[in-house]
Ligand binder design. Sequence first.
Ligand SMILES: NC(=O)c1ccc[n+]([C@@H]2O[C@H](COP(=O)([O-])OP(=O)(O)OC[C@H]3O[C@@H](n4cnc5c(N)ncnc54)[C@H](OP(=O)(O)O)[C@@H]3O)[C@@H](O)[C@H]2O)c1
Length: 322
Amino acid sequence: MGGIKRISRLSSNHMEILAAVCVCFIIWNVFDHLYFWYTMIQQYVMPSLLSRTKHIKQYGEWAVVTGATGGIGKAYAEELASHGVNVLLISRNPEKLKNVSEAITETYGVKTRFIVADFSLGRKVYPDIKKSLKDVDVGILVNNVGVFYDYPQFTTEVPEDKLWEMININIAAAVMMVHIVLPGMVQRERGAIVNVSSAVCCKPTPLVNVYASSKSFIDYFSESLHYEYASKGIFIQSLVAYFVKTNLIPYSTCIRFLMLDPKEYARQAVRTIGISRRTSGHLLHSIQFSISCWLPDWLWVSAITFLSNMVRREQNLQPVKL
Ligand SMILES: NC(=O)c1ccc[n+]([C@@H]2O[C@H](COP(=O)([O-])OP(=O)(O)OC[C@H]3O[C@@H](n4cnc5c(N)ncnc54)[C@H](OP(=O)(O)O)[C@@H]3O)[C@@H](O)[C@H]2O)c1
């Protein structure tokens, strides 16, 4: 009889502990959701109601954008110009650079300049860039340039040249541009750096491993840079973008509905400068990113493998199994 009482007392104690854990879990989740929506309002709703031009211009006269002749980079350059900031474009094709800078001056009435540089060439391109930027009051640096795989594949199957291209363009270019531009910003005690990462930085991403890993590097690089330079008046942002309609990725038609137009994307993303240190740049992307982070790794990897195989099939390649 005494034994039964003890057991029921024990199990009622267990029930109380379980109930307390459940309540804590629910409270934690409610606060987590409230915080998420608070940051969404702060990043996207408030800036769209108020003009951000004064804020964007306060960093300095010029914005430097790498990979600025197409896709997200071009859209960023145009959006920054629409706020009255002069833009200096860096890409490898002189013809395209000339056309884009002339179009920006004509449309937005700001000054433009450009530097021809092929970041895939590594160290040798930076002395010229440094010389060209010597007396430029760079307020905003957008480290946008990036390359992707030709198609999803196993890491050891990626050609060596492609690996060096990704290392030089996706990683080294951002580090070296920061090394060139940041000292001037620190001297002037103002400046903003946007490092374009990707949503794939948040999870292990097979079949586009080196690209995803390069984007994780950019994300961590940005965060540590923030801790080093925030107290010196510099704002550093990691832009963890999702799918944008550009030439970068051989997307499968089935995800086209998830993709944003670069202009629409840059319009919202530029407004988050000075507000959010790590953002997806667009409300839709932020929702997708938080879902991705919340997914267990096995589900994320299955989804990536599924998408990768779809792209491989479209390019008449055999699907792969992990
Ligand atoms: N699109 C997406 O869905 C997506 C998603 C997440 C993150 N991102 C990131 O966003 C950034 C921009 O991507 P995007 O989609 O806009 O790419 P994109 O449309 O391919 O544009 C890339 C730009 O970089 C320039 N570029 C390419 N190779 C270069 C080199 N070796 N040297 C100098 N410039 C070079 C290109 O200009 P030229 O060819 O004229 O040189 C072009 O202006 C990348 O860092 C990418 O990882 C994109």
